[in-house]
Write a protein that binds this ligand. Structure first.
Ligand code: PPS
Length: 297
């Protein structure tokens, strides 16, 4: 691992009580005052919930299934990351700098919890697609990501990592607050709330929901093409979606498109750890309509 990058692995800081890597907190005012446009589409997720997946689907929907058009640049260029900033040694522009120069329509990535989203998105009535994934699979995916992505703080041991996740101390804070915050506010704005597990269960059905939400008219033949192109296997071998062009990710440690399954948590969480998740689900979700699947039939 390159020494310069290893030394610049971020330390944690926070914004309004939400933990975030220190670089991402930098220039916070510029991020909060981000100038939105009415045709911006915000793609919001807690980390590892299927961001890259929804990005590729959306790009194909916008381009009426034009697979060649979606090869124009890697995901991290096509969908600038709103709160992204890293030190100069990584030689990458901030999300806001890229977005300010980008032509419309822009598709924008964010991991921000609902309450930290720049107000401009709501003032301009921008559409938002939020994708949620169950917490147990998230923590596994997030841990492997922390091992291989040099812009992330080092994850440490698996045991302490799980504890920090449960305590809401990892980047972008409590998963429970994140999924709840977006769920409880989804009817106030044009927000489509999707689940990773539903996408795994029936991608065609979920793509149809996205098409309807984005008010596009797309033939069944093109929908089939979108479903095929956004399968895990297709995206894993696609250089424009698999992050293989990004030097700060050491994919020999763990690939970005790692397993893409529902239920891999069973190979990682102990019974006690899994029960600690269940207790938090009960605490946060009892009596609410928000439900998560942890396995598929
Ligand atoms: S990030 O870094 O937060 O933007 O990561 P994100 O893209 O949200 O999440 C990465 C996980 O999503 C899985 N993924 C997919 N699963 C199924 N099908 C498709 N097409 C797909 N594309 C990405 C990816 O494999 C990561 O999950 P894990 O469980 O680690 O494999």
């Amino acid at each position: 691992m390159d020494d310069v990058h290893e030394k610049s692995r971020g330390k944690m800081s926070s914004v309004e009580g939400v933990p975030m890597v220190e670089y991402f907190v930098a220039n916070w005012e510029e991020k909060q005052n981000f100038e939105t446009r009415p045709d911006d589409l915000l793609l919001a997720t807690y980390p590892k919930a299927g961001t890259t997946w929804i990005q590729e689907i959306t790009d194909l929907v916008y381009s009426n299934g034009d697979v060649n058009f979606c090869q124009r640049a890697p995901s991290y260029i096509r969908f600038p990351f709103l709160e992204f900033t890293v030190p100069p040694s990584f030689n990458r522009q901030s999300g806001v700098d890229i977005l300010n120069k980008m032509e419309s329509p822009r598709m924008i990535k964010t991991h921000l919890p609902y309450q930290l989203v720049p107000k401009g998105f709501w003032e301009k009535d921008c559409k938002v697609i939020y994708v949620a994934r169950n917490a147990k699979d998230i923590v596994v995916s997030y841990y492997y990501f922390g091992l291989m992505d040099e812009t992330e703080p080092h994850p440490g041991t698996w045991e302490t990592y799980v504890e920090r996740f449960l305590a809401g101390k990892l980047g972008w804070g409590s998963w429970w607050d994140h999924v709840k915050g977006w769920w409880e506010n989804k009817d106030k704005h044009p927000i489509l709330y999707l689940f990773y597990e539903d996408m795994k269960e029936n991608l065609q059905r979920e793509v149809q929901k996205i098409i309807k939400f984005l008010e596009k008219d797309i033939s069944d033949e093109v929908i089939d093409k979108i479903v095929h192109h956004t399968s895990f296997d297709s995206m894993k071998t696609n250089k424009m979606t698999n992050y293989s062009t990004l030097p700060s990710m050491n994919q020999s440690i763990s690939p970005f498109l790692r397993k893409g399954e529902v239920g891999d948590w069973k190979n990682h969480l102990t019974v006690a750890q899994s029960e600690a998740f269940d207790a938090l689900y009960d605490k946060h979700f009892t009596g609410r309509s928000l439900k998560f699947k942890h396995t598929l039939p």
